[in-house]
Design a protein around this ligand. Structure first.
Ligand SMILES: [Zn+2]
Length: 389
C-alpha cells in the first residue's frame, strides 16, 4: 500500500496546534546534523500516532533487521550496489499506532488526519517537508511507515521496499510542479499536494513487483491475495536474464523508469507500454495481448535456445496461474462459456442472450474466444498457442 497523494480519504487541518509540529521540528534538526559520518546506515526514528517521538527499541531493531535482509537480497540478486540502495533511504520514520487511535501524516506544515484502518494494516507515506536552507523549491521527503504491533514482518517488508524504491527528495520547477517517483510510477504534484500528471503512474506494476519481492524476501505466514494478477505480470518481467525492471524500480531517476517502458515498446509488438502503465493493482482479468507482450519482452533477452528453454519453463506456471484467474474472474471466461452454453441449449430465452451481450461489452476479450473453447483446458491450450508456447 502506498499513499503519496490521494487525499480523498483525508481531512486537512490548516492551522495545526504547535505541538503537532514537533515531528517536523525534530526532522529538521536531524537533517541539519546528518553530516555526521559515524551515523548508522539507515537512521530509524519511532513516533506514536500523534507524531510525538516515542522510543521503541524492539521495533527499531526489527525494522533494521528487515532492511538489512532486503538490501542484501536486492544487491546480490539484481546487480545493484548496496550503497546505491542505501542512499535512497538514509533515514526512516516509523509511526506506530494502536487500533482505534487516529493517525496523521504531514504535508509541508499541514497535519492531515488519516481515516481509521484495521490493526494489521500498514502503509508507506512520503512526508514532504519544506527545506528551510534551499528556499522552498527543494523539499525533503521524510520517508515514513505507519504500522501497528499487529503488522506482520511480510507487510513491513512490503512497505520497506516502497521506502527503498522512492524519491528521497523533490524539486519544484518555476511553475511549482515536481516529479515524484515511487518504484515504477512517476507522478507530478504541486505544492498543494495535488497530482497534476498521472500519465506515468504505473501503480499496478509497482504494487505487483513490491509484493513479489516482499514474498521472496519475507515469505508470508498465510497465502496473500493482494495484487495477485499484477504480481504475476511483474514475475513474468522479472527475468533472471534481465535486471532492467528491478534496476528501474530501485533507481532514483525517473528517466530510468521511462527508459524501461520505452525498451518494453521496442522489444515486443503485441501491446503499448501504456497498457502496462495502466495495469490496475487489483486487476482480475489480464488480456491476451498484455500477457503476450510481457512474455515476448522477457524472451527477447534470451541469447540462445537453452536460455529460451529455461525461461519458458519458468514462465509456464505463472501464465497458467494468470489464465486460471482469468477463467474464474467475475464476468471472466468461465462465466462467458457457461452463459453461452445455456443460451445455445435455450435459444428462445432472451434474458440469456442479453446476459451474453453484456458480458461481451464488459470484457472485449471475450469476443475473441473461439467456439472450440468449451472448458478451462481448451482455454489454456488456446492461449498458450497464441503466445507461442
Ligand atoms: Zn504497496
Amino acid at each position: 500500500m502506498i499513499n503519496p497523494e490521494n487525499n480523498h480519504n483525508q481531512q486537512a487541518i490548516t492551522n495545526p496546534p504547535e505541538e503537532f509540529l514537533s515531528y517536523s521540528e525534530h526532522m529538521r534538526q536531524i537533517t541539519e546534523s546528518s553530516n555526521d559520518s559515524n551515523k548508522p546506515a539507515t537512521e530509524i526514528i519511532t513516533y506514536n500516532s500523534a507524531l510525538e517521538r516515542n522510543s521503541n527499541e524492539p521495533l527499531q531493531t526489527k525494522i533494521n533487521t528487515l532492511l538489512r535482509e532486503e538490501i542484501d537480497y536486492i544487491s546480490s540478486t539484481f546487480d545493484i550496489a548496496s550503497s546505491v540502495i542505501q542512499a535512497n533511504c538514509p533515514r526512516l520514520s516509523i509511526i506506530n499506532w494502536k487500533p482505534g487511535q487516529k493517525s496523521y501524516i504531514l504535508f509541508g506544515k499541514e497535519k492531515i488526519e488519516q481515516h481509521d484502518h484495521g490493526a494489521m494494516w500498514a502503509f508507506y507515506s512520503p512526508m514532504f517537508q519544506v527545506n528551510a536552507d534551499t528556499m522552498d523549491n527543494e523539499w525533503n521527503i521524510d520517508k515514513t511507515i505507519h504500522c501497528s504491533e499487529e503488522t506482520s514482518d511480510h507487510d513491513l517488508s512490503h512497505e520497506l521496499l516502497h521506502a527503498l524504491s522512492s524519491s528521497p527528495e523533490i524539486n519544484f520547477d518555476e511553475n511549482g510542479v515536481a516529479s515524484y517517483k515511487s518504484g515504477l510510477s512517476i507522478i507530478s504534484i504541486n505544492k498543494q499536494r495535488q497530482v497534476v500528471d498521472k500519465s506515468h503512474d504505473a501503480i499496478g506494476l509497482t504494487e505487483g513487483l513490491t509484493e513479489l519481492l516482499a514474498e521472496r524476501i519475507e515469505p508470508p505466514k498465510s497465502p496473500q491475495y493482494t495484487y495477485a494478477q499484477a504480481k504475476r505480470i511483474a514475475n513474468i518481467l522479472l527475468s533472471p536474464f534481465n535486471n532492467e525492471l528491478a534496476q528501474a524500480y530501485f533507481s532514483t531517476k525517473s528517466e530510468d523508469v521511462k527508459s524501461f517502458f520505452r525498451n518494453f515498446d521496442d522489444r515486443q509488438n503485441s501491446i503499448s507500454s501504456k497498457e502496462l502503465i495502466n495495469l490496475d493493482p487489483e486487476a482480475k482479468f489480464i488480456t491476451t495481448s498484455l500477457l503476450k507482450g510481457c512474455v515476448e519482452y522477457t524472451l527477447s533477452f534470451c541469447e540462445n535456445s537453452k536460455q529460451q528453454q529455461i525461461e519458458k519453463e519458468r514462465l509456464q506456471p505463472i501464465i497458467k496461474e494468470i489464465l486460471r484467474k482469468n477463467w474464474n474472474a467475475p464476468n471472466g471466461i468461465g462465466d462467458y462459456i457457461k452463459v453461452k452454453r445455456q443460451f445455445r441449449n435455450n435459444p428462445n430465452i432472451e434474458s440469456l442472450n442479453i446476459k451474453l451481450q453484456s458480458l461481451q461489452s464488459l470484457n472485449a476479450e471475450l469476443t475473441n474466444i473461439p467456439e472450440s473453447v468449451t472448458n478451462y483446458d481448451s482455454y489454456e491450450s488456446y492461449i498458450l498457442e497464441i503466445i507461442g508456447f
